[in-house]
Unconditional design. Structure first.
Length: 358
């Protein structure tokens, strides 16, 4: 299918005055006269733009560029975005949590959502940091840095991301349980949509594909914390040169959920099969060591078993997401690449036998 130049249809609420109001909270007496935008990224829920403001004569200096997230122009995509509620979760994450965490995220300038589904999120432009590429994948060094970063989030809310403290985050296990009865149908739609292109690793799962997704989604997981929910290399930015930190993007999936799902999802989807096989034990051990440094000790055998089981979370995402969002050439390639990596991870780790026998 061919790519098309995206239509720019911005919410009416986006005006120089709105941008100025957001920046005034950080920079007194700033005045925004106008702005320009250009599409960036390849988001499939939100439209993402680089916004360049023009400041009025005599105004204090403000950011040269910023990143704007808003609803997609396509009506179908807008409906998916509105139904997901991810924009509300992401804006509230930046408003209420980001500054409290020892986590590297873009600076928050402002955000707002309306009942009609319009929303705006204005955050720091991470350039010249370089965004990860899901299709190309990450290096092992980048994976170690990414695991160190997500551990900071898990530690901060270990066992405490409950509804009374964070009522607006998703409840991942409850969402999975509700989705479980539809797993076989969604698996069939994935195979129909990509007929002739489904990776051999996924085809080898055969009828177990739907059974596996259904069984995994129906499970209850006792270890809970605040998780990212879509932690993969596409959602990270790496500073040029060597760095011990990585910037984490796209917080619309923030959820109370099982922490090893974030780890298995990242490792399985962001490394090649060869890289993963040779390093995943070390990466999981690195994660456990980071938790232990802050007084959280998991039994290594139990943690490894959970990691194996949560490899299936990646197959859930790469099977369900592509049948719900607008298709693009890059999106198709990305989802099929991810599905191949996760299905191979599941087979290598015996995740299917582990989950189906429980």
């Amino acid at each position: 299918m061919s790519e098309t130049t995206p239509t720019i249809e911005l919410p009416q609420m986006l005006t120089p005055a709105w941008i100025q109001t957001q920046l005034e909270r950080l920079i007194a007496r700033i005045r925004v006269a106008d702005f320009t935008i250009e599409p960036v990224g390849a988001g499939q829920i939100s439209a993402t733009y680089r916004l360049t403001p023009t400041y009025a004569a005599g105004s204090p200096s403000g950011p040269r560029t910023m990143i704007l997230k808003c609803p997609p122009s396509d009506a179908g995509e807008r409906a998916v975005a509105q139904g997901s509620g991810s924009h509300v979760v992401e804006i509230r994450f930046y408003r209420e949590l980001a500054s409290k965490l020892d986590l590297t995220v873009p600076k928050y300038f402002g955000g707002e959502w309306l009942e009609n589904g319009d929303y705006l999120l204005l955050i720091e432009d991470g350039a010249p940091a370089i965004a990860g590429d899901q299709i190309e994948g990450s290096t092992v060094d980048q994976a170690a840095i990414a695991i160190e970063e997500i551990a900071r989030l898990h530690i901060a809310y270990w066992g405490a991301a409950s509804a009374d403290r964070l009522p607006w985050v998703r409840r991942r296990v409850a969402e999975w349980n509700r989705t479980s009865p539809h797993a076989r149908m969604l698996s069939e739609r994935f195979h129909t949509q990509y007929e002739g292109r489904v990776p051999d690793s996924v085809l080898r799962l055969g009828d177990r594909h739907g059974d596996l997704l259904e069984a995994y989604l129906a499970k209850m997981w006792t270890i809970q914390t605040l998780t990212h929910g879509d932690y993969r290399v596409d959602n990270l930015m790496f500073a040029p040169g060597s760095s011990s930190r990585v910037t984490v993007l796209d917080w619309g999936g923030a959820a109370e959920g099982p922490p090893l799902a974030d780890i298995a999802y990242f490792v399985g989807g962001s490394l090649s099969a060869e890289q993963r096989r040779s390093t995943e034990h070390d990466l999981v051990r690195h994660y456990l060591d980071r938790l232990a440094h802050d007084g959280i000790r998991l039994d290594p055998e139990r943690a490894w078993e959970e990691y194996r089981a949560h490899a299936i979370s990646g197959l859930v995402m790469s099977t369900f997401a592509p049948v719900a969002v607008k298709r693009t050439d890059r999106g198709d390639t990305m989802f099929l690449t991810m599905a191949d990596r996760y299905a191979t991870q599941i087979t290598d780790l015996g995740s299917d036998e582990l989950v189906l026998k429980r």
